[in-house]
Design a protein around this ligand. Structure first.
Ligand SMILES: [Zn+2]
Length: 283
């Protein structure tokens, strides 16, 4: 088994045309294994320059994370309903009673354990995320292209686009939509068991949108205390101007102050986004 695995590696590496030390003979199995143990790091090292390290990591959802998604959604249910959000929660009488409790202002941290137990025993299945995972895996190369394009251009911009070495993609089946954590580089994607996503069928659209949110959260959005609508409009405009050829269905949501469009409408405008927003908010 050991031998077969190593052979497989060598075969793959050889196919990529890397420098391959000559490994012959099968006379003495132990000697061959020893030789491979020495040769393998050399082979990996010589191949390093040809393989790109992915900046996107798909994280397996956990019971804890989904229980937290559900708890947060129930906790803010009155607000979400008022805003007219579509809310997804497990269909269970316990959840219904907790929603009522929350509307009466009696819901809190002490309700987390029962949610956790419900998720663990009746709701959570790893296979519910398999299709969504596959959909994202299929777009990894494209998303990495976006990240490296931003990476090579951002030094010419008059603002800091915050980047993470690794972006973690987490899935959730519950709540009101996706989210991002600008301190951790975590993107939470709202999905269903069929691997469907909100707004765009292709998850690359939403992932680059969230990466952009994290990129400008401190240097633009919080710096100028931008309202939610304007924030979304600027993030969308950035994605549209940067990647419209590769994301032909990308649309700028029609929210926020549309007057910004007169100042931000060419790819080159991204270079001076800080001056553009500074002038715009101080006009
Ligand atoms: Zn957004």
């Amino acid at each position: 088994m050991f031998f077969i695995i190593f052979e497989y590696h060598i075969y793959r590496i050889n196919k990529r045309n890397c420098v391959l030390p000559i490994v012959v003979a099968n006379k003495n199995k132990m000697r061959l294994i020893k030789l491979l143990l020495v040769a393998f790091p050399i082979i990996s090292f010589s191949c390093k320059s040809q393989t790109r390290v992915s900046r996107i990591e798909i994280v397996q959802p956990t019971v804890e994370q989904e229980a937290t998604s559900i708890w947060r959604t129930i906790n803010d249910i009155t607000f979400f309903e008022k805003q007219g959000y579509t809310i997804k929660l497990p269909k269970d009488s316990l959840i219904d009673s907790l929603i009522t409790k929350s509307k009466n202002g009696a819901f809190g941290n002490e309700d987390f354990p029962v949610i956790y137990t419900l998720v663990e025993t009746k709701v959570f299945k790893q296979k519910n995320y398999a299709q969504a995972k596959l959909e994202v895996e299929n777009q990894i190369d494209l998303i990495n292209d976006f990240v490296s394009e931003i990476d090579t251009k951002k030094s010419q911009w008059d603002w800091k686009f915050k980047m993470f070495d690794k972006y973690k993609v987490v899935f959730t089946l519950y709540g009101t939509g996706g989210s991002y954590d600008p301190d951790e580089g975590v993107i939470t994607l709202f999905t269903n068991i069929e691997g469907g996503f909100m707004k765009y069928k292709n998850p690359a659209y939403t992932i680059i949108h969230e990466i952009t949110h994290m990129g400008m959260e401190y240097s633009i959005v919080r710096k100028y205390k931008l309202a939610h609508g304007l924030k979304e409009r600027i993030v969308d405009t950035f994605v549209y101007l940067m990647f419209q050829e590769k994301l032909p269905e990308y649309k700028i949501q029609n929210i926020g102050d549309e007057n910004i469009d007169r100042h931000l409408n060419k790819k080159r405008d991204i270079e001076s986004l800080n001056s553009i927003i500074s002038e715009f908010v101080n006009k």
